[in-house]
Design a protein around this ligand. Structure first.
Ligand code: UDP
Ligand code: MG
Length: 323
């Protein structure tokens, strides 16, 4: 069997504590997989701690490590994109630096890939390492998203997965700047196999996603893959108008039949505030989409690279310079 080059993509944002633990655990696993050679592409997503120094010393010592240094913090989605763009492997595997994705699964992923899968998903069977609130909101998000959008995101599947080169090339062709990776991964399709695993708690450091960041993430997901939130307002507005008309008719008849009606401040107040708020929500939703259109039309790159360090690192400079 020929030896295939595989790439591990590791986005790192302030992971100085986690990196050594990560490599110590991952390297033996990778070395044990037969007929593969590995490159490990770390993306330093503008870390403010010693992450970059750690990564550089790794890259100096071992030619398998490469470090893509972004010019500032661009967020995990952009960092992942940078890593995927820089990867050269026949198979590409994004993995978190905090060891929440078990590296041991990589052997099974490679086996499934060799057996013909173009995309191998890793599905968490339980999320006990996440808090109850995070689990519940995540499950709501998937249900809402999959109801609204034609692109179904598989539940409990993260960025940890194996992608064949054909999938990577397909991903690179997607031009959008705001990259909701879970959605893009699902959108490209390809022959997919799913493996199950149990998600571990973080090895070191703490989660970078707060409640509000997750909310924004969910908004991004829904609005980049569905226009349903834009469209439902027409129907809501129409049914509201019909109801209001019927009510007006009813008041008219009542006035004719029983004369002087009771002063209706309460119902008036309710109606005004209700429809006022419905309008505000719909305006807000329009804003979400227009904001996204605005960002896309600026055509800014998803990330900027300061330098790529490591073995024959190739092009320095601006993202997507076409390789
Ligand atoms: N990450 C990143 N840029 C960011 C935030 C996070 O590259 O702006 C990386 C982080 O270093 C880690 C991965 O994304 O390797 C997942 O982050 P985290 O563990 O904080 O997310 P969670 O597991 O809580 O969803
Ligand atoms: Mg994590």
């Amino acid at each position: 069997m020929t030896i295939s080059l595989c790439s591990l993509i590791v986005p790192c944002y302030n992971e100085a504590l986690a990196i050594r633990v990560f490599t110590a655990r991952v390297l033996p696993v990778l070395e044990a997989i037969a007929d593969t050679s590995w490159e490990i592409v770390f993306v330093d997503d503008g870390s403010t701690d010693a992450t970059l120094d750690e990564l550089l010393s790794l890259a100096r010592a071992d030619a398998r490590f490469r470090v893509v240094e972004l010019s500032r913090n661009f967020g995990k989605e952009a960092a992942l994109t940078a890593g995927i763009d820089a990867a050269r492997g026949h198979a590409v595997i994004p993995i978190d630096a905090d060891l929440q994705d078990p590296p041991e699964l990589i052997a099974d992923m490679v086996a499934a890939w060799r057996a013909g899968a173009e995309m191998v998903l890793a599905r968490r069977t339980d999320r006990l390492s996440d808090g109850l609130l995070k689990r519940q909101t995540a499950s709501w998000f998937y249900r809402l998203h999959n109801r609204l959008s034609k692109t179904r995101i598989p539940e409990n599947v993260g960025d940890f997965r194996l992608m064949d080169r054909v999938v990577v090339e397909a991903l690179k062709r997607l031009p959008e700047r705001q990259r909701f990776m879970k959605g893009l991964f699902a959108w490209v399709g390809f022959r997919t196999v799913t493996l199950d695993y149990v998600r571990a708690p973080r090895a070191a450091g703490q989660s970078k996603f707060s409640g509000f960041a997750l909310w924004n993430f969910a908004m991004e997901g829904v609005t980049s893959f569905s226009t349903a939130p834009l469209k439902i307002w027409t129907y809501l507005g129409a049914s509201g108008a019909i109801l209001a008309l019927l009510y007006a008719l009813y008041i008219l008849l009542r006035t004719i039949v029983s004369g002087n009606p009771v002063p209706g401040y309460a119902s008036l107040f309710v109606a005004v505030t209700f429809f006022g708020s419905v309008q505000l929500i719909s305006v807000g939703l329009l804003g979400e989409y227009i904001g996204r259109i605005y960002v896309e039309t600026k055509q800014r790159p998803a990330y900027l690279i300061r330098k790529i360090h490591g073995a024959a690192s190739g092009v320095d400079g601006v993202a997507r310079s076409g390789d």
